[in-house]
Design a protein around this ligand. Structure first.
Ligand code: NZQ
Ligand code: ZN
Length: 394
């Protein structure tokens, strides 16, 4: 095995009724005044939010609820949340929802613990983050993996930038994960989640690092489980077994385990973030639009890795040679996205096919105005990024 460090401190409570123990976990992690952060209303409609408020009240934990986080969560809303959290005197932020609520809770926690600093400075790396408030999670969507990850992704609407920061201060203290809370998800969100979970593993799996047998096989097993249960979940969102497999795979996919010891790539996420920043499309859709074009563009870097993926994940054993196997693996992945009714090129997405100057602008932004190369499997410069966006722009 290659050397690695692994830090996954989030305590998980998994299974039916997990959220009933919110007050216990808040207290265990030192919370005494809690701000609950949620989205556009699904948590209210399902009755989850009032239930959590009542549970906290019953256990003598004052709480304030802040709703209105939108998908591709906005910096302006998080800034507002910081003010509210400080006014309320919150000493813990608990997200109720998916990646957008969780990332907003993380941003609010950073801002509330650092009065006088504008939180965007942390995202722009203009200030080091040295302290934050503890964050807890009641998860309602299996997708982003933010409930265990070290990332938080926020969109600055004024500049059109969607940016993430990675820091251990982003690791939630606890996550309460009841798969039943995901039964109300619309099919599109389930599908977006399946793509995102796969992508957190694929963005680690396509690496040039060798010698990580366990990491590779964990990744392959996770992908097979997600693909299989993704089909079941799409057919019946109230299938507890399928939804629970997706939920746990979502966390493991992004807590580091499927990439231990490897040099990670994450190009597709970087390409996707520019699309999300410019067009406000669902994160999972931005990834399904771009993955096939990225994979086709870079497969020549190490075709045998793509061939292995095809065999271990998709059961391709009859390809004529390595190249044919690599292509078959890419095709099967893209076909699976289609089966989930996910877009696989620009015309399938909300923004449609774009004129050439927009593609050039996306590539320029993704290269940070030519200040960085993107990814590791193949280090992509502005021209490479342009070529990949162009291939997907059909
Ligand atoms: O806002 P509400 O009304 O709650 O509705 C949400 C939202 O419209 C809905 N939803 C959530 N749970 C539901 C539900 N609807 C019915 N029943 C439920 N149980 O789903 C919609 C999408 O929610 P959102 O939180 O935006 O989705 P997701 O979990 O996919 O998160 C996406 C965000 O996470 C970021 C993405 O970039 C995007 O901004 N990511 C964060 C990561 C991290 N922090 O580690 C990693 C990821 O790669 C990703 O970048
Ligand atoms: Zn993602």
């Amino acid at each position: 095995m290659q050397s690695f460090t692994q830090y996954a401190p989030t305590e998980i409570v998994f299974g039916r009724g997990a959220e009933d123990r919110l007050a216990e976990w808040v207290k265990k992690h030192g919370g005494s005044r809690v701000m609950l952060v949620y989205g556009g209303g699904s948590a209210v409609r399902s009755g989850l939010l009032p239930k959590l408020e009542a549970l906290l009240e019953k256990e003598g934990v004052p709480c304030a609820a802040l709703g209105g986080v939108q998908p591709n969560p906005l910096l302006s809303f998080a800034r507002e949340g910081v003010v509210r959290a400080r006014e309320f005197g919150a000493d813990m932020i608990v997200a109720v929802g998916g990646g957008s609520a969780i990332d907003t809770a993380k941003a609010i926690a950073h801002g509330a613990a650092n009065p006088g600093t504008d939180i965007w400075q942390f995202w722009k790396a203009e200030r080091p983050l040295t302290q934050s408030l503890p964050v807890g999670v009641v998860l309602t969507l299996s997708a982003a993996g933010s409930e265990t990850s070290s990332s938080a992704v926020i969109t600055n609407q004024e500049t059109g930038e969607k940016r993430g920061i990675n820091t251990d201060f982003n690791r939630p203290r606890f996550a309460l994960m009841n798969p039943e809370l995901t039964f109300t998800l619309p099919p599109f969100q389930i599908a977006c989640g399946i793509v995102d979970i796969m992508m957190h593993t694929l963005d680690r799996y396509f690496t040039k690092t060798e010698g990580n047998e366990f990491t590779d096989e964990v990744a392959e097993a996770l992908l097979r489980v997600v693909i299989r249960n993704g089909r079941k979940a799409m057919a019946d969102p109230a299938d507890y077994d399928a939804m629970s497999e997706l939920m746990w795979c979502g966390s493991v996919s992004h807590n580091g385990l499927t990439g231990l010891g490897v040099v990670m790539d994450f190009s597709v996420h970087q390409l996707g973030h520019e699309l999300g920043g410019m067009f406000d499309i669902a994160h999972g859709a931005s990834l399904s639009i771009l993955w096939g074009s990225w994979a086709s563009y870079v497969r020549g870097e190490k075709p045998e890795r793509f061939a292995r993926y095809a065999e271990k994940v998709w059961g391709v054993t009859d390809a004529a040679d390595t190249e044919a196997a690599a292509l078959a693996g890419i095709e099967k992945t893209v076909d699976y996205f289609r089966e989930l009714n996910m877009p696989v090129c620009f015309s399938g997405g909300a923004m449609g096919v774009q004129p050439e100057p927009v593609i050039a602008e996306l590539a320029l932004r993704c290269s940070f105005y030519e200040k960085r190369l993107v990814g590791q499997f193949k280090k992509l410069d502005r021209e490479d990024l342009y070529n990949i966006y162009t291939a997907a722009n059909r």
